[in-house]
Design a protein around this ligand. Structure first.
Ligand SMILES: Nc1ncnc2c1ncn2[C@@H]1O[C@H](COP(=O)(O)OP(=O)(O)OP(=O)(O)O)[C@@H](O)[C@H]1O
Ligand SMILES: [Mg+2]
Length: 381
């Protein structure tokens, strides 16, 4: 990286620190727990993430993803357990950790009246850059995230959602972090903006060796982007591993029989109990897992037919991470998402996320959001 970090971060900082070999960029947690009043948001999480990985933290609304990110970035104190990021303890060595991490939180607390450049310069100054260095850093990062062609006078308040996410990413990169935390970096973005962020994440990981911890509600995002994923549900990790391995663990193929009603699906489950020992009900559908499905289909259909169970639909597909989620938790990550329809998955998820957010406890959500914003300002002060 020719231009490198222009700013002096202190004794060990400077050009290309992020590309030096042998630097500890790992994330490690044992029994990490956070309770709020009587609810446990994160419940005894163990994680070991090697330097230079892209790690996807996948879970539904309220499962503890943001709480986890806030603890790992020292914004929030753990109630129990311990964690080390880039080799430093998040409770005992907060300053060391903060110098080495970048974080883009979910609730973007951007000041609408400032321009992107002004915000980046300010952020760089907070990390002890002088005026010249801060200006150079701002220019470089605007180019990095593709905001260098935006009208320099445009205020952040007039930015689109995608532009804000890019700016938030740029702000998280100001201190040339070893470990980058992105909390739902693409939620609500259109597919084009989403894939632009994915490309940027891959590039940062590849060129700078940055470890990237990203949370997401999108199966496709975790699947495509992450070397390794953990699925979190109600504060606990229910499955962890490389996406391919997790999907393989499910069985190689899923046959989905759909009937007129959940009752009919349940009866089909009974009827097929011997022929399809590994199966699961999902509303009006019955999912059967096989190493190879094609050869089994005729006899399965015959059995259903003999039992008088009329099929409304039949698909055969490779397992998705949603199937992994279903098997680990007994429910789906996104209720409307049918098994194995990875192609439609992303579109369905966007709608679901909005629906769930709208249905949530809004007072709680508002309090939570303002808490996040305060914390974020605190960090950037
Ligand atoms: N400051 C807080 N005070 C009280 N409860 C909180 C606070 N922050 C989080 N919680 C609760 O902890 C649980 C986990 O919240 P968290 O924000 O970590 O979930 P999440 O996985 O990030 O969800 P989302 O996908 O909606 O962002 C939720 O039930 C939430 O209401
Ligand atoms: Mg969150």
């Amino acid at each position: 990286m020719g231009t490198g970090m222009g700013m002096d971060m202190g004794k060990d900082a400077g050009m290309g620190r992020g590309t030096e070999m042998g630097l500890d960029r790992s994330i490690w947690a044992r029994g990490l727990t956070r309770t709020f009043a009587d609810m446990t948001a994160v419940d005894g999480v163990d994680l070991t993430i090697d330097s230079g990985r892209i790690f996807g933290f996948l879970g539904p609304n309220g499962s503890g993803k943001t709480t986890m990110v806030r603890m790992l970035t020292t914004i929030l104190k753990p109630s129990a357990g311990s964690a080390r990021v880039a080799g430093f303890d998040v409770s005992e060595q907060q300053g060391e950790v903060r110098e080495r991490v970048g974080v883009a939180l979910q609730e973007v607390g951007l000041d609408g009246l400032m321009t992107a450049r002004e915000m980046l310069v300010l952020q760089a100054r907070l990390f002890r850059a002088d005026r010249e260095q801060a200006r150079a850093t701002a220019e470089r990062l605007l180019a990095t995230v593709g905001l260098d062609n935006v009208d320099p006078k445009k205020r952040v308040g007039q930015f689109s959602g995608g532009m804000r996410r890019r700016l938030d990413l740029a702000l998280a990169l100001v201190n040339d972090p070893l470990v980058l935390f992105l909390d739902e970096p693409t939620t609500g973005l259109d597919p084009v903006s989403r894939s632009a962020i994915w490309d940027e994440v891959r590039r940062l990981n590849r060129e700078k060796g940055m470890t990237i911890f990203l949370t997401t509600q999108y199966l496709e995002e975790a699947d495509k982007l992450a070397d390794e994923v953990a699925i979190i549900d109600r504060g606990r990790i229910v499955a962890q591993g490389a996406p391919e391995a997790l999907k393989r663990g499910i069985g190689n193929e899923v046959v989905k029989f759909t009937f007129a009603s959940p009752d009919a699906a349940a009866r089909a489950g009974d009827v097929l109990s011997r022929q399809a020992p590994d199966r699961r009900l999902d509303g009006p559908s019955l999912l059967c897992y096989f190493t190879t499905a094609a050869g089994r289909l005729p006899e399965l259909i015959r059995t259903l037919d003999e039992a008088g169970l009329a099929l409304e639909g039949l698909t055969v597909s490779e397992p998705t991470l949603d199937d992994v989620f279903l098997q680990a938790t007994g429910h789906r990550l996104s209720p409307k998402q049918a098994a194995g329809n990875g192609a439609n998955g992303a579109a369905a998820e966007v709608g679901d996320a909005a629906g769930v957010a709208g249905a949530g406890d809004s007072a709680d959500a508002a309090a939570e959001a303002s808490g996040r914003r305060t914390s974020k300002r605190g960090r950037r002060r």
